[in-house]
Design a protein around this ligand. Structure first.
Ligand SMILES: NC(=O)c1ccc[n+]([C@@H]2O[C@H](COP(=O)([O-])OP(=O)(O)OC[C@H]3O[C@@H](n4cnc5c(N)ncnc54)[C@H](OP(=O)(O)O)[C@@H]3O)[C@@H](O)[C@H]2O)c1
Length: 286
């Protein structure tokens, strides 16, 4: 019997990973959901999943939460700037608890990319490698929801504004990354492997075409300069720092940092990733 733990189990990706594990017929009693807010996890307990409370900042609680765990999925935290220290706490707790393998949600080409968000992932990968624990690096591409989640704004603005030119993004829905994570966590042969996980690459003109086709509205892609993009976000109410962060992400996107031709995701899933039109259709229906 193998015991699996998932951190961030009350987050969007974590919840989908738990579903994917159950879909794979993993016994709920063999799943440990590690959450920082137990009140959010009542539905998990009701389904027979063991819920343990531990914040990434609390080493002792983390060690207790990982007792008896064999394979751990460490879902990267959301507190940018604090994540290396937080993830290091999890890895050290895993060492003391005797965890056999850590799967970690990283980013595409974490060790070489210029993506502004990558340094914390690169550093976390190094901490995991140095721990001596077997690892599986799930270098996730962008979530399609980063775009489909803005469907209402696209329709309201009558256009999709961006500064990524004709760059492509190999995005996939969270559910695809979650299913791949569950497969990598439970399957054999994934120890000390690095997976570059991306969906079917699409450009922003394709995104605009899919949105137009599915909503029945004419929503073109309007490419602007990075400075104009940043100003547009400030005009829409974002503070300068946040607008600068998103403008820098556009520059990363334009440079191809969110694209990959790797087939690792489809190989892990045993099927192609969900297509852009399918994802837009689901968002529109939702
Ligand atoms: N590939 C992409 O496009 C993309 C986009 C955004 C983020 N990400 C990364 O992927 C991760 C998962 O994505 P998501 O959509 O599931 O994000 P999410 O819904 O924000 O989930 C993040 C999870 O991390 C937990 N968490 C954050 N700080 C923690 C702490 N100090 N201690 C314990 N748990 C903590 C949160 O707990 P609570 O449930 O209590 O809030 C939540 O469950 C993100 O955290 C981020 O690192 C990827």
């Amino acid at each position: 019997m193998t015991t699996y733990a998932v951190t961030g189990a009350t987050g969007q990706l974590g919840a989908l990973v738990i579903e994917a594990l159950l879909d794979q017929d993993v016994n709920p009693a063999d799943i440990v959901a590690i959450v920082r807010n137990q009140a959010k996890a009542a539905a998990l307990s009701e389904r027979g999943i063991t819920v343990r409370q531990a914040d990434y900042t609390a080493p002792e609680a983390l060690a207790a939460a990982l007792a008896g765990v064999d394979n751990l999925l460490l879902i990267s935290g959301s507190e940018v700037g604090q994540r290396v220290a937080q993830h290091t706490n999890v890895v050290e707790a895993a060492q003391s608890a005797g965890v056999r393998r850590i799967a970690y949600t990283s980013v595409l080409r974490a060790d070489t990319t210029a993506l502004a968000l990558a340094p914390e992932h690169k550093a976390t990968e190094a901490v995991i490698r140095d721990s001596g624990i077997e690892f599986t690096f799930l270098r996730n591409g962008w979530y399609t929801e980063n775009y489909t989640g803005q469907l209402g704004q696209y329709l309201q603005a009558g256009a999709i504004f961006g500064a990524a030119g004709d760059a492509k993004v190999a995005a996939a829905p969270r559910a695809d990354f979650a299913a791949a994570a569950a497969i990598a966590l439970t399957g054999e042969g994934h120890g000390n492997k690095v997976y570059e996980l991306g969906g079917l690459p699409f450009g922003f003109a394709e995104l605009a075409a899919a949105v137009s086709d599915i909503t029945g509205r004419d929503i073109p892609y309007r490419n602007v300069s990075q400075a104009e993009y940043q100003q547009g976000l400030i005009a829409a109410g974002l503070d300068e720092g946040t607008a600068g962060f998103f403008a820098a992400l556009e520059a990363n996107t334009a440079a191809g940092d969110l694209d990959t031709d790797s087939e690792d995701l489809a190989k892990l899933l045993g099927r192609p990733a969900t297509s852009l039109p399918e994802a837009v259709r689901a968002a529109h229906a939702g």
